[in-house]
Design a protein around this ligand. Structure first.
Ligand SMILES: [Zn+2]
Length: 181
């Protein structure tokens, strides 16, 4: 047992930004202030991710256009990966390309077969400014690529083409959470 609080247990569940929200469709800014407000943001992100039963969340999904994401995600060997990264860079994405079902908390209830690399490495900083390197395979590699995409203003429908894309966007327009007008 570790004498540390559960991530998100002191955080606030924030409102989720949904597909079409401008902040989801433009790149986020680098974090320059590593003070208490960053720790609070990460706490809120964990609380919001867990409340929505997600495996990853980017800051612009709760309306904060900064380069931060959190994750609590298994890989294909059922190894759990839990953490956060600030100013991440996807430094490796290679190996097999796998098309697998992908969803997003900003398009609740929907998913589509999306191609991702089977191996990914992200480098960035912790909330205290220390360097961190995160390597993932399988489902967790997918998560890392998905969250890095968010911070660049890309959502997974942007990765789709043809019928898969048109089907997903039609379902998104008809979804109960879709913006009216
Ligand atoms: Zn997402």
């Amino acid at each position: 047992m570790r004498n540390r609080p559960i991530p998100g247990s002191s955080g606030l569940v924030r409102e989720m930004s949904l597909l079409g929200d401008p902040l989801l469709h433009r790149p986020c800014e680098n974090v320059t202030d590593f003070g208490p407000s960053l720790a609070k943001l990460i706490e809120d992100m964990f609380a919001t991710m867990y409340a929505a039963q997600g495996v990853g969340l980017a800051a612009n999904q709760i309306g904060v256009p900064l380069k931060v994401f959190v994750y609590d995600c298994p890989d294909d060997d059922d190894v759990r990966h839990l953490g956060h990264v600030v100013n991440p860079e996807l430094v490796e994405a290679d190996g097999l390309t796998v098309r697998g079902p992908e969803g997003c908390l900003s398009l609740p209830g929907l998913e589509a077969g999306t191609e991702r690399f089977d191996h990914a490495v992200v480098e960035g900083l912790t909330m205290t400014g220390d360097p961190v390197r995160i390597a993932g395979t399988g489902w967790f590699a997918r998560c890392l690529q998905h969250e890095c995409d968010h911070l660049e203003g890309t959502v997974y429908p942007d990765r789709l083409t043809g019928l898969r894309r048109s089907r997903l966007l039609r379902a998104a327009r008809r979804a109960p959470w879709a913006r009216q007008g």
